[in-house]
Write a protein that binds this ligand. Structure first.
Ligand code: UDP
Length: 332
């Protein structure tokens, strides 16, 4: 495969779950890749297998600080910037909400200015969280959302909304070519067991025989997209020749309740774990499901191809291996 030959890609957040899978895919398709990560939630383990890859480099840096001069000097001509640089699970991004907000505002501005300087195209990873606790179902891109600007999720939700604002301001002013993906719940290998997300929590709890925690009564819904489908959507969005000056939802429209997910994981792992119920977090969206008709139209018929059971199979197998793996950090 050589879809990315000639590409010099900067992947901010390249040590994270989606970012590191993206680095692998870019390298497999022939790109040179520079990973920029502050290792707040990204892990060097995710990059260990790339230690001797000559087309791969890692820079340990926080995007809210001025970008390293080695990037700004222009010595390396970056052609594409993938901006995945932000903690994305609620417990992680809420640890330091001020930092989360600044990552999305100052960090995004820093990367947009680099894109401007390099005449590179930038893909911003935005989120379904921009729709907040939606009153419209499923969520189309023209729905403006119901977001609390004062709640504990606001640092991320409003941060991403502000990041989108900056991206489209740069685009309107013709300062940078940008693409904006609104990413819905995504899962797969390289999630963290301590991520706090429902898929990683439930799989890890089931494998360990620990109590499985359902927040609220478990009737809230999500729609889970497997990482490979997400990567394909991101590739198509970044590389499309069309002028896509609007945000595009990427996600799997198969919606299910949290209790159904738990039942499926318990069945697939044969776990003896008990299920316990804990309070629903503040501002936890009741329902979420992407309308992907825009992606279908603009990204040459893109739609997810991996069903939940297949995706969970791969994810469970990966977590099983992970439980036995010994971490030997090489970059951090
Ligand atoms: N959730 C749960 N148990 C867990 C973790 C999460 O029931 O151990 C719930 C959470 O309250 C939410 C849904 O599962 O309603 C999805 O949570 P996640 O953090 O994965 O994603 P997000 O809320 O950001 O969509």
């Amino acid at each position: 495969m050589s879809r990315a030959k000639g590409k010099v890609a900067l992947v901010a957040g390249g040590a994270g779950f989606i970012g590191s899978n993206l680095c692998d895919r870019l390298l497999a398709e022939g790109a040179e890749v520079i990973c920029l990560d502050n290792f707040q939630t990204g892990r060097s383990d995710n990059l260990q297998h790339l230690a001797s890859e000559t087309r791969f480099d890692v820079i340990d840096h926080d995007i809210i600080e001025p970008l390293p001069s080695e990037l700004r000097s222009g010595r390396t001509k970056i052609t594409h910037i993938y901006h995945f640089g932000c903690a994305a699970s609620p417990p992680h991004y809420q640890v330091d909400p001020e930092h989360t907000m600044l990552t999305n505002v100052v960090g995004t501005r820093n990367l947009l200015r680099l894109a401007e300087h390099m005449s590179a195209r930038l893909l911003l990873s935005s989120t379904s969280e921009v729709y907040g606790d939606p009153e419209v179902h499923p969520q189309r891109e023209d729905y403006l959302g119901a977001v609390s600007c004062t709640g504990p999720r606001a640092c991320y939700d409003e941060g991403k909304r502000a990041a989108e604002t900056l991206a489209f301001d740069f685009l309107r002013a013709k300062r940078a070519d940008v693409r904006v993906a609104r990413i819905f719940n995504t899962y797969g290998p390289r999630m963290r067991c301590d991520d706090g997300r429902v898929v990683s929590n439930v799989v890890c709890q089931a494998l360990a025989g620990d109590d499985i925690t359902i927040y609220g009564d478990g009737s809230q819904t999500r729609s889970f997209c497997f990482i490979d489908d997400m990567l394909e959507g991101l590739f198509r969005l970044m590389d499309s020749d069309r002028a896509i000056g609007i945000p595009v939802n990427l996600g799997n429209p198969d919606e299910l309740a949290v209790t159904n997910l738990v039942d499926l994981v318990v069945k697939m792992t044969g776990s003896k774990s008990r299920v316990t119920f804990e309070p629903l977090p503040v501002d936890d969206p009741r329902r979420r499901k992407p309308d992907i008709s825009r992606a279908l139209e603009l990204l040459d018929g893109w739609q997810p191809a991996v069903n939940l059971e297949e995706g969970l199979n791969a994810t469970i197998a990966w977590f099983q291996d992970e439980r036995h793996r010994i971490a030997q950090p090489m970059f951090a």
